[in-house]
Design a protein. Structure first.
Length: 228
């Protein structure tokens, strides 16, 4: 398979504050004792590289796209979670990937199958279907997420415990809505605009999130779910 949004992945590399915040959220939920950590849908390996440096642990990546394999020389990378042994993984994290998968409930079941007891899933996902734009369509998004959608995905209380669930990037909600209304109709991201947003607006957004806006809205949604 080939990933159609490689140019957007390239553009997102310049969003240093945004990427650092995602990595910080993930890292804060990984215990020192965790040995097998999986990045599901690791793309160009941007976050995996950053996380490895932050927690000083090797990341096992899952990335099936042939046009992205060039980023994985001398790195652990599999095409599918099926390549991993059952009950062998401590943490599965994923950033902006589950929305690409039509039957996301089947992936959640696969997460459960591969995780050890007490293992966890950490997800960072696009939020609110009302923000669905040409960019979502370009890169093959089936949906955006809400708290209720996450709860429904992990609704089996005998299997899962939702530990954290909140929105992220509150200013991004309004910027994304503006992009949907008047932005590029081909779904491309403007690197210069992205740099300005990341440098000047995202820090404000992050501050507002910490004041409590994250409980109401955001461009993204973050969750941590434990396997029972």
């Amino acid at each position: 398979m080939k990933y159609a949004g490689e140019d957007n992945l390239d553009a997102l590399v310049v969003a240093e504050n945004y990427n650092n915040e995602i990595v910080a959220k993930i890292a804060s939920n990984i215990e020192q004792s965790a040995k097998v950590i999986v990045d599901f849908g690791s793309g160009s390996r941007t976050l995996a590289n950053m996380l490895e440096e932050k927690i000083n642990k090797e990341i096992c990546c899952i990335e099936p796209a042939e046009n992205l394999k060039k980023f994985y020389e001398n790195k652990i990378c599999y095409d599918s979670l099926d390549d991993l042994a059952d009950k062998s993984v401590d943490v599965i994290y994923s950033s902006n990937v589950l929305e690409h998968i039509k039957k996301d409930d089947e992936i959640v079941e696969l997460f459960y199958q591969k995780l050890k007891q007490g293992g966890k899933v950490i997800l960072y996902l696009p939020a609110f279907d009302c923000l669905y734009s040409a960019m979502d369509k370009k890169v093959g998004h089936y949906r955006r997420y809400s708290k209720n959608k996450i709860k429904n995905l992990f609704q089996n209380n005998e299997k899962w415990t939702v530990k954290e669930l909140y929105y992220a990037d509150s200013c991004g909600f309004f910027i994304t809505l503006l992009y949907k209304l008047i932005g590029s109709k081909d779904g491309k991201l403007n690197i210069n605009t992205l740099k300005i947003y990341d440098k000047y607006i995202f820090p404000i957004s992050n501050f507002l999130d910490k004041l409590g806006i994250k409980n109401i809205l955001g461009k993204n949604i973050f969750c941590v779910i434990d396997k029972k």
